[in-house]
Design a protein around this ligand. Structure first.
Ligand code: ADP
Ligand code: GN1
Ligand code: MG
Length: 361
């Protein structure tokens, strides 16, 4: 029996696990689809403890957030077992199993759902916006102070900039000379990198409980209706900026190209998709947002795309130690798509502002 099946059998499953296959395309954790003797499915995940330093505190967050969401979902007449994650405990009643090397967790599998890696049409992107906007709305009165900061300074673009400069200085893989153009791209936006962090520190943007990793593939859609069903990947739910949740979705989803598309001619920011998302997000949580937040939504989109590209470049310079890679120069390809999108958004900034205004009133 495989090691993963063995590990799975330390959890309270309906019957014994019989198989575990690689699943999903995340860059940080390892995900497996488990099957038990009855044919029931579960999700098994190995937590990347280089990234998440305190797996127990992280799981405490997940339990707090999912318990909170389940109450709200029940109150609204929904199905708490399908509309958010459900943690399966170990035989000892713990949220994590620890073997000699790693921390593991299990979630029940949400059946009848699909995940999208890129949008096929605007309606799907609109649906994902409703999911993340609704998520934000549901967590509006969650007690933020009970949450552990699973990755400190996660979307602190200013400190991400410092990490980038440190990577250029160390240049451990002697790659800096080959990415001069990308380095210059980041450096010319140093002041921009500070904008949102500064505004938040000056009290111009409120901290809220946010998801912080609002990629399209972190939404499950109902297979039967195409409607959004659940927001998953709750590891980075922490205090953050609403506009960064908006922005990270735009970064990943407002293009028909993949995040790692090597042919940049195919990578274009799509204003129509931007409009679909803006309509969905503001429709769900716009009434909770301040005027400043709404005004800064386009900046959130540019910032998250810039920050992510800079993180990919930093990791490339550091020798690919953070994000999983599946080919040589994978992080560089990812960085380049992000920077192409940043340039496109900068060029389309006025149209983005107009679209946001259109859905603000
Ligand atoms: P990562 O942190 O590596 O991105 P995720 O938690 O997002 O991992 O899981 C990877 C994929 O597995 C998701 O994109 C989704 O398709 C699927 N998935 C995760 N949790 C569940 C679940 N409880 N039920 C069904 N599918 C799930
Ligand atoms: C990572 O784990 P995953 O693949 O959902 C990363 C995000 C990046 C994203 C880029 C904890 O998300 O911040 O935006 O890759 N997650 C972490 O695709 O660093
Ligand atoms: Mg994910």
């Amino acid at each position: 029996m495989s090691r993963f099946v063995d590990i799975a059998n330390h959890f309270q499953l309906d019957t014994r696990a019989v198989s575990a296959e690689n699943y999903g395309g995340g860059h940080i954790n390892d995900t497996f689809l488990l099957k038990t003797e009855t044919g029931r499915s579960y999700i098994l995940q190995r937590i990347n403890t280089t990234v998440f330093k305190n797996a127990e505190a992280l799981m405490n967050n997940v339990v707090l957030v999912t318990d909170f969401l389940k109450k709200k979902i029940l109150g609204a007449g929904g199905d708490p077992l399908r509309e958010t994650l459900s943690v399966v405990l170990t035989e000892e009643g713990k949220t994590l199993y620890r073997d000699s090397e790693d921390y593991w967790r299990v979630y029940t599998f949400i059946d009848g759902a699909v995940t999208l890696q890129t949008c096929e049409n605007g309606e799907q992107f609109y649906a994902s916006a409703c999911a993340f906007g609704h998520f934000q709305k549901l967590l509006a009165d969650f007690p933020a102070e009970t949450l552990y900061e699973s990755i400190p300074n996660f979307h602190n673009t200013k400190s991400r900039y410092q990490d980038f400069e440190a990577a250029v200085t160390k240049d451990v893989c002697s790659r800096a000379a080959s990415v001069e153009k990308e380095i210059a791209f980041v450096r010319s936006r140093k002041e921009f990198a500070a904008t949102l962090v500064d505004m938040q520190e000056q009290g111009k943007l409120p901290l809220r409980v946010t998801h912080n990793d609002t990629k399209l593939n972190n939404v499950l859609f109902d297979e039967a209706t195409g409607l959004p069903l659940a927001v998953v990947d709750l590891d980075t739910v922490m205090p953050g900026l609403s506009i960064n949740d908006f922005g990270d979705s735009i970064r990943f989803g407002a293009t028909y190209a993949a995040e790692d598309e090597p042919d940049l001619r195919k990578v274009n920011f799509d204003l129509e998709l931007f409009e679909y998302y803006t309509r969905g997000f503001l429709g769900e949580c716009g009434s909770l947002m301040t005027e400043n937040e709404k005004k800064m939504l386009p900046v959130g989109a540019i910032m998250m795309t810039f920050e992510c590209g800079m993180r990919f470049l930093t990791d490339y310079l550091n020798g690919d130690t953070y994000f999983k890679i599946h080919r040589k120069h994978h992080n560089l390809d990812r960085c380049r798509t992000q920077f192409k999108l940043v340039s496109d958004m900068e060029e389309n900034r006025e149209q983005m502002d107009r679209i946001v205004e259109k859905y603000c009133c």
